[in-house]
Write a protein that binds this ligand. Structure first.
Ligand code: 13P
Length: 267
């Protein structure tokens, strides 16, 4: 495993997690602004994950362009049922959704989502042809206590427990240190790369050589001014962007950083 070069078989991925921002009527103009800036980049996957209520208008807006794929921010593992307030995989597929963020720290923290639920959701997602973006990450207290490796290791193992090996190419992992989310406090590129490297080793241990092809992206205060350095790290395969993805130019600049990091690898 190279420490200094990216594995070029892993296609970079930049996803915008809009969280609970933007109504359906605001969605169209933001997406149109993004689409105007972003031309089709054949070597990268670009994803936007608006709220559920914006998926319909987002699908309609993006459908005409085919530049950005659509993602959701959560999903229930069952196909249907008496689960008030929940949304299933087939419901997402109907809007052309291709990706789904699972186990985001805000879901774990505020809605008590467990690793076991995340694992069940990830398996269900691939069954519905949705690509799971499974999130892991430690709190500041855990980092300060020297527990980062233990926490992330346990989350990765448990959240991917039972994940079908023949669907690994669909899987994306996101390392999002909780202390860096929405705080403006970004992990240094070296801190992030170190955790990514540990995740990579775990994936290879859990899934064999196929584990080296799974994309591991970074999230937590990724901004236009820090993206280039983060994206240049050998084990960082892209970004999961929160706040900065709500600004078309900011999101575009981050995409450009990921693109240049890949282009320089190909030189
Ligand atoms: P920020 O980029 O706003 O820190 O959010 C990161 C995040 O949680 C993406 O899922």
């Amino acid at each position: 495993m190279s420490q200094t070069h990216k594995n070029v078989t892993r296609r970079p991925l930049v996803a915008g997690n809009w969280k609970m921002y933007r109504t359906a009527s605001d969605t169209r103009s933001l997406l149109e602004d993004i689409v105007k800036l972003v031309s089709k980049i054949a070597t990268m996957d670009l994803v936007v994950c608006p709220p559920f209520t914006s998926l319909s208008v987002a699908a309609e807006t993006l459908g005409r362009h085919g530049i950005l794929a659509l993602g959701a921010q959560n999903m229930h593992q069952n196909k249907e049922g008496a689960f008030t307030g929940e949304i299933s995989g087939p419901m997402l597929r109907e809007f052309g959704v291709r990706y789904v963020i699972l186990g985001h720290s805000e879901r774990r923290q505020y809605f008590n989502e467990t690793d076991a639920q995340v694992a069940a959701k990830a398996q269900a997602a691939v069954g519905y042809h949705l690509r799971p973006i499974v999130c892991v990450g430690e709190t500041l207290a855990q980092r300060d206590a020297g527990e980062t490796t233990a926490v992330v290791t346990s989350q990765v193992r448990a959240s991917l427990s039972g994940f079908p090996v023949d669907q690994l190419e669909e899987l994306v992992l996101a390392y999002e240190p909780i202390w860096a989310i929405g705080t403006g406090k970004v992990a240094t590129p070296q801190q992030a790369n170190e955790v990514h490297l540990n995740i990579r080793k775990l994936l290879v241990k859990q899934f064999g050589s196929k584990g080296s092809d799974i994309r591991v992206i970074y999230g937590g205060s990724v901004k236009p001014d820090n993206a280039a350095e983060l994206m240049a790290q050998p084990e960082i395969d892209g970004a999961l962007v929160g706040g900065a993805s709500l600004d078309a130019k900011g999101f575009f600049d981050i995409i450009e950083s990921a693109r240049s990091a890949r282009a320089s690898e190909n030189d």
